[in-house]
Design a protein. Structure first.
Length: 361
């Protein structure tokens, strides 16, 4: 076993024997996310480097502590990318953190989520055992797909040490269009465009100036140019637009900066959900499926009720309040029982990221 990995496994076994909680940590860029942080840090940055990269096969295997920016640079040099555009939020984001958080960027509604690109991974469980799941091809799963189970588990099931990912070529053409329209009209158009053969890739509507919709197109040159002609709108400079899309991905735009100490809620709802009764107009992404809203603490319950009524759920994504709880939508009893059993199988001593995903896990 690799010396760094062996040392981590020894620490895990010792923690299990003593019942000492461990907090898995890569770059720490998502420490704000989840219920709470508890335990001694278990650093993954020593697990560094690209293990194998086959550009012709569109597959890369990388160690969990590798900086996400480093992996993206390696892929870009061969004209490839992680199409789901994982958020960084700050410098130092790692590949393992990307998988554990399970968060995707602006293109998620069009290309899929992090979990859809995981081919396999290596994991150290709560007993200090190294487990290998999946592989390096798409059709390699028989039975329970444990690899993708780790996406969004927030490190509560084990220490991810290595991940194999499917990658894709960078699209040959890209364009961003701007439309000055209110939220209801933006949702109506996005739903209509979704039923047409258009190279839609990302969208973002914000309430500034009465409402502005940004629509990103990606694909073949002919397809993008034809869509620009048929959709209308104002075409923006591609370079400047790319900077803004990245800023939106990492929550660095003016809208996020103007939270003013209020709580930031993330609503995940069906794309066809109508305008919701929220304390303020939201920022709308993913063709209507992801909506961000900034509210006072007392308004959080109403926000969650609106998401549930629309057939979705709501997460308290960022808050400055140390007493905040139930940031994730509580699970229904049958789902809670499944989570409990999974936790016991992978982490019988309950040492990994206690309370990070749900208070009792």
């Amino acid at each position: 076993m690799d010396p760094v990995l062996a040392e981590l496994a020894d620490r895990i076994r010792a923690a299990g024997a003593q019942g000492t909680p461990l907090r898995i940590r890569g770059g720490g860029t998502k420490d704000f996310h989840g219920e709470r942080l508890e335990g001694e840090p278990l650093e993954t940055r020593g697990l560094h480097g690209v293990v194998n990269y086959e550009p012709s096969e569109l597959v890369v295997t990388v160690r969990a502590g590798t900086p996400l920016a480093e992996l993206e640079q390696v892929l870009a040099e061969r004209g490839q990318c992680l199409p789901f555009e994982p958020p960084h939020f700050a410098q130092g984001a790692t590949v393992g953190g990307m998988v554990a958080a399970g968060l995707s960027g602006p293109a998620r509604a069009s290309v899929g989520a992090v979990r859809d690109y995981i081919l396999g991974l290596n994991l150290v469980n709560g007993r200090g055992e190294e487990l290998v799941f999946g592989g390096q091809v798409m059709k390699n799963v028989a039975g329970y797909d444990v690899s993708r189970l780790m996406a969004g588990a927030m490190g509560t099931l084990g220490l991810i040490t290595e991940v194999s990912l499917k990658v894709l070529p960078i699209a040959p053409a890209e364009a961003t269009l701007r439309f000055r329209i209110p939220q209801d009209e933006a949702l109506k158009r996005l739903n209509a465009w979704g039923g047409q053969p258009l190279p839609l890739n990302a969208s973002c509507w914000g309430p500034d100036d009465g409402g502005v919709l940004y629509l990103r197109l990606r694909g073949a040159v002919a397809a993008v140019e034809a869509a620009c002609r048929s959709l209308g709108g104002e075409r923006l400079d591609t370079g400047g637009a790319a900077t803004e899309w990245n800023a939106c991905r990492d929550q660095r735009t003016a809208w996020f900066a103007q939270a003013g100490g209020r709580d930031l809620w993330r609503l995940s709802v069906p794309q066809v959900a109508p305008v919701l009764d929220l304390p303020e107009p939201p920022l709308v992404e993913w063709h209507g499926a992801q909506r961000w809203v900034r509210v006072d603490a007392a308004q959080g319950r109403h926000v969650r009720q609106q998401a549930l009524a629309a057939g979705g759920h709501a997460t308290l994504f960022r808050t400055a309040r140390s007493d905040a709880h139930d940031r994730m939508t509580p699970l229904a009893p049958p789902l809670a029982a499944i989570h409990e059993q999974l936790k016991l199988q992978f982490d019988p001593h309950r040492i990994f990221n206690r309370g990070r995903l749900y208070p009792n896990l």
